[in-house]
Design a protein around this ligand. Structure first.
Ligand SMILES: *[C@@H]1O[C@H](CO)[C@@H](O)[C@H](O)[C@H]1NC(C)=O
Ligand SMILES: *[C@@H]1O[C@H](CO)[C@@H](O)[C@H](O)[C@H]1NC(C)=O
Ligand SMILES: *[C@@H]1O[C@H](CO)[C@@H](O)[C@H](O)[C@H]1NC(C)=O
Ligand SMILES: *[C@@H]1O[C@H](CO)[C@@H](O)[C@H](O)[C@H]1NC(C)=O
Ligand SMILES: *[C@@H]1O[C@H](CO)[C@@H](O)[C@H](O)[C@H]1NC(C)=O
Ligand SMILES: *[C@@H]1O[C@H](CO)[C@@H](O)[C@H](O)[C@H]1NC(C)=O
Ligand SMILES: *[C@@H]1O[C@H](CO)[C@@H](O)[C@H](O)[C@H]1NC(C)=O
Ligand SMILES: *[C@@H]1O[C@H](CO)[C@@H](O)[C@H](O)[C@H]1NC(C)=O
Ligand SMILES: *[C@@H]1O[C@H](CO)[C@@H](O)[C@H](O)[C@H]1NC(C)=O
Ligand SMILES: *[C@@H]1O[C@H](CO)[C@@H](O)[C@H](O)[C@H]1NC(C)=O
Ligand SMILES: *[C@@H]1O[C@H](CO)[C@@H](O)[C@H](O)[C@H]1NC(C)=O
Ligand SMILES: *[C@@H]1O[C@H](CO)[C@@H](O)[C@H](O)[C@H]1NC(C)=O
Ligand SMILES: [Cu+2]
Length: 603
């Protein structure tokens, strides 16, 4: 029995006799629409059912969500990822293109179907082509009648934060990953948005307590958030409930969520500002006309003035590592497998800037990694079958896994793991250097570590994470700055592949998406279905710089071999900035001739 509750989204509740769980159905027709959220420029954005902002999704714990996606963009594939949901038993519904599915070609339909065993604040976004900054991202709230802080608040307010660009991702990415940008300076946003607009007023009633669910749906900027004259009591981070903790200022990295309680004053004679301020240390340049603060107001009365916020000299954020989870889950035991990843930003032989875990910049393979896991039999436990440049690690079922990330870069990176939350057991302060396991004893770790799915790694420092590999599936571990995803800052966790083979069956529309896009869907990373250990033809990253060459030197070489042979030093790097489109094309062809595997699929 499907009851159509409204035309958009078509929401049907199927009450199953034996349980309270419902099936929540969304029909999402994904198209380009025009929008102007910062009042500065009308631009095409990716909307749903002819609307933008895209809807906030809502369901209740134990519900099944069905999202019927129709891609009508006309010129791009797309996918949806439901950030923070474990997809336990349905890893094929996780969404990253060329990892758990093929991108959905324009004109095709694709159904996401999964059951939720979590509650709290999540979000959904495209996981294809670095596309979500074009607008295909929104909050996803899972309610729970048994939520531990249910009785402590009267109303709920969902607010999204993000940066905003006037140019489309498909324009920005090739300008960013370009030899004329050898330092890898990320595109600086044009505006900050609050709830996909600006100047938001939140109606407040005296004496009531509100639970704010704040979601950073951005692709780059972390944001500092503070409420004038009101205290935040944090109760949830990334879908995990924690013991209440008071904060006056928090930092919400890209993809992170915070839920906090705010108790309203008893007097209604004033309205109060709250400020979301983009972290400008992430920007290589700070344009004079960029307003990186967005202000909202707690509006006790529409007739009160909305005050200008006071300047804050020093932004000292609450330390999320001090939180204690409400379920008091204890520190996981010593790991069965430790994975150490060094974050490196560097150039390859084509002169372009890339991001690396150790010596590998992630490169999409010929077959979605999950499909390789499902079709390579017993060889699926051999990381080689997934291709060197998928940077895959095979995790044994129920093993305790520790991930150590050392930041050899001077920027912050919010690291996200799909399919799990993780215990955040150590984090070095800025410039703490790399993690030294011999220097830290087990007893130095918290007894009940904070858990979340996205953790900010500080410049030139480390984080140490633990989780139990109790969710068979293919799960990415990556920085959630989408520019860095485009640059390859991704590793792949292939968790219990033989278990997956027993339980996962791909629905027909998953195979159809591959067929429609001419993408292979069986065999190893090279689409070899005969010899799984023969990886000939598996996509590689562009070739590295030959030893002894500087990035400038090799660019000169590919630009003009003859001139390069005559004398590298004579070619001025900045001369390339003026290269016309035609010579850029020419250069691309030459690089391709040197390394035919140069073609990369950006995620
Ligand atoms: C989706 O939107 C496009 C463009 O507006 C329209 O042509 C198409 O019929 C829509 N599909 C459905 C199923 O409504
Ligand atoms: C928000 O208010 C500021 C200051 O008045 C104004 O410059 C800006 O255009 C407003 N934003 C929108 C989207 O209306
Ligand atoms: C969800 O399912 C679990 C396990 O069956 C049960 O304990 C819990 O009460 C259910 N929650 C709701 C809101 O129905
Ligand atoms: C895709 O279509 C949109 C909307 O028409 C357009 O603005 C954009 O430039 C196109 N993108 C590409 C990469 O062709
Ligand atoms: C969703 O998955 C369940 C469990 O596999 C299946 O019974 C159901 O038919 C699926 N629904 C849709 C719409 O695909
Ligand atoms: C649901 O989640 C709880 C803990 O949050 C876990 O104990 C239980 O095993 C999970 N069940 C399934 C089917 O995922
Ligand atoms: C935030 O935006 C959504 C729609 O996009 C709207 O329903 C909601 O009321 C807005 N919240 C506030 C506090 O303005
Ligand atoms: C409210 O906050 C502002 C800015 O932080 C501060 O100047 C002012 O003293 C505060 N007022 C009260 C009543 O606490
Ligand atoms: C508001 O008034 C109630 C009842 O008098 C009192 O318990 C509460 O502490 C007051 N709230 C604040 C924020 O002062
Ligand atoms: C943004 O807010 C911060 C903190 O109050 C302040 O230092 C900064 O000057 C503001 N920037 C702009 C562009 O208003
Ligand atoms: C990365 O390092 C490993 C281990 O030293 C080596 O086997 C592999 O060939 C290297 N890969 C690349 C792309 O440099
Ligand atoms: C997945 O479900 C299994 C039970 O089927 C449970 O043991 C495991 O803890 C769950 N994993 C996660 C991450 O929820
Ligand atoms: Cu990053």
């Amino acid at each position: 029995m499907a009851i159509s509750l409204s035309f958009f989204p078509i929401l049907a509740a199927l009450l199953v006799a034996c349980a309270q769980a419902a099936t929540v159905v969304y029909d999402f027709n994904i198209t380009w629409v025009l929008a102007n959220p910062d009042g500065l420029m009308v631009r095409p954005v990716i909307g749903i059912n002819g609307q933008w902002p895209v809807p906030t999704m809502r369901a209740t714990v134990n519900d099944t969500i069905i999202v019927n996606v129709e891609n009508q963009l006309g010129n791009q594939t797309t996918t949806l990822h439901f950030h923070g949901l474990y997809m336990n038993g349905t890893t094929e519904m996780d969404g990253p293109a060329m990892v758990s599915q093929c991108g959905i070609p324009s004109g095709s339909q694709f159904t996401y179907n999964f059951t939720i065993n979590q509650s709290g604040t999540y979000w959904y976004h495209s996981h294809d082509k670095g596309q979500y900054p074009d607008g295909l991202r929104g909050p996803l709230i899972i309610e729970d009648p048994n939520m531990p802080y249910k009785d402590m608040y009267d109303e709920e307010v969902v607010l999204s934060l993000s940066e905003w660009y006037h140019e489309q991702a498909q324009t920005l990415i090739p300008k960013f990953i370009n030899k004329v940008n050898p330092t890898g300076a990320e595109p600086v946003p044009n505006s900050a948005l609050l709830n996909d607009t600006q100047n938001v007023t939140v109606p407040i009633e005296a004496g009531k307590t509100y639970m704010f669910r704040m979601v950073n749906i951005g692709a780059f900027a972390g944001q500092y958030v503070w409420f004038e004259n009101h205290t935040m009591t944090i109760v949830e981070v990334d879908g995990v409930y924690h013991e209440p903790a008071e904060a006056s200022l928090i930092y919400i990295g890209a993809a992170q969520r915070y839920s906090f309680l705010i108790t309203a004053k008893n007097e209604t004679d004033k309205n109060y500002a709250f400020v979301c301020s983009m972290d400008t240390t992430l920007f290589d340049t700070l344009p004079a006309d960029l307003n990186y603060n967005s202000t909202g107001w707690l509006s006790y009365s529409a007739s009160n003035e909305n005050p200008t916020p006071a300047f804050v000299d020093e932004l000292v954020e609450f330390d999320d590592m001090t939180l204690i989870p409400t379920d008091r889950q204890g520190l996981l035991p010593e790991p069965d497998q430790t994975i150490t990843l060094d974050v490196i930003m560097d150039n390859l032989g084509n002169g372009k800037p890339y991001a690396f875990f150790n010596n590998i910049t992630y490169t999409s393979q010929k077959v979605p990694t999950l499909y390789t896991a499902l079709t390579t039999g017993e060889d699926a436990v051999n990381p080689a079958v997934y291709g060197e440049f998928s940077h895959s690690f095979v995790l044994g079922h129920n093993q305790v896994i520790e991930i150590v990330v050392n930041n050899l870069d001077t920027g912050k990176h919010p690291f996200h793991l799909h399919g799990h939350n993780f215990q955040s057991i150590a984090r070095g302060a800025e410039n703490a250097g790399t993690f030294d396991a011999t220097n830290s004893s087990e007893t130095g770790y918290p007894a009940m570590p904070m858990r979340r799915d996205t953790l900010v790694l500080y410049p030139s420092a480390y984080i140490v994470l633990r989780f139990r590999a109790d969710n068979p599936g293919v799960w990415l571990f990556h920085c959630h700055i989408e520019w860095h995803v485009d640059q390859g800052l991704i590793a792949t966790m292939v968790e219990a592949p033989l278990e997956m083979q027993k339980t996962i069956t791909l629905p027909d529309d998953h195979i159809d998406a591959c067929k429609a896009g001419n993408v292979a869907y069986a065999g190893n990373a090279a689409a070899n279905t005969q010899d799984f250990l023969d990886l000939k033809g598996a996509p590689k990253a562009p070739a590295p710089l030959p030893a002894g060459f500087t990035p400038r030197g090799i660019v000169a070489l590919t630009f003009s071999c003859v001139t390069a042979l005559l004398g590298l030093a004579t070619i001025a790097w900045y001369g390339l900035q003026d290269m016309g489109a035609a010579s850029m094309e020419e250069e691309k062809r030459r690089v391709a001739a040197i390394d035919p595997a140069n073609a990369r699929t950006e995620m």
